[in-house]
Write a protein that binds this ligand. Structure first.
Ligand SMILES: [Zn+2]
Length: 221
């Protein structure tokens, strides 16, 4: 078999907030972050060398290490289940039972096909019942799933499922609007197209509730 990873080595569960990605290969999850950084530094050195770059230049000499640390500690930190944000719910003492919207959450993710940025906005809504979630936790859940090699469709579903898992109910909506630099800066070079994805669950499947959410997002920026 010439494929880099055999099927049986893949973790199949599509999502539950932990490894949550069928593209994650189980034989690398055993490595520590330090070991991963060392490996990536080694292989990125080979890439730069193959490109003909002078690795003794003092501007480039630290690049493989910087890239490796950035991959593990920042850009792809969401691949490590240990980085999943702790989320605590608070009692909904004020009986707030209308939708809560957190819009224009900054999104930086990475296209898994080209390893170039996906840049956009995420809009989230939920309808509290007995509990509410700290607002910044919504942003943290978004960032956790964004910091993986992604496709926008999967990212949308992972954020939605992650929120439902924390809130323990289904009344959640997620909209993502994003520019993919693999479309804008290379290939077709379309700088104006925007990719829109959405996931509506529970009460948000009702047209009136969905419309209310969308009007908040799009009417008053
Ligand atoms: Zn791409």
């Amino acid at each position: 078999m010439s494929a880099p990873y055999k099927k049986q080595e893949m973790i199949k569960s599509e999502l539950n907030g932990t490894l949550s990605n069928r593209l994650i290969c189980s034989n690398t999850t055993e490595l520590s972050d330090r070991e991963k950084i060392n490996k990536i530094e080694h292989y990125f050195t080979q890439i730069m060398h193959t490109l003909g770059l002078n690795l003794y230049d003092d501007s480039l000499i630290g690049t493989p290490r910087r890239v490796a640390e950035m991959f593990i500690n920042e850009m792809f930190s969401g691949l490590n289940p240990a980085n999943k944000p702790e989320t605590r719910l608070f009692e909904n003492k004020y009986d707030y039972n209308r939708m809560l919207i957190e819009k224009n959450i900054t999104l930086y993710s990475t296209c898994e096909h080209h390893f170039v940025p996906i840049i956009g906005m995420v809009h989230i809504a939920y309808i509290p019942d007995k509990y509410v979630i700290g607002l910044s936790k919504i942003n943290r859940i978004v960032q956790f799933y964004a910091k993986r090699p992604q496709v926008q469709e999967r990212l949308t579903i992972q954020i939605s499922t992650g929120l439902k898992e924390v809130l323990q109910h289904n009344n959640v909506a997620v909209v993502i609007e994003a520019n993919h630099l693999c479309i804008a800066s290379r290939g077709i070079k379309d700088t104006s197209s925007l990719t829109h994805t959405a996931d509506y669950s529970g009460q948000f499947e009702k047209e009136t509730i969905k419309k209310e959410f969308l009007s908040h997002i799009y009417n008053k920026r």
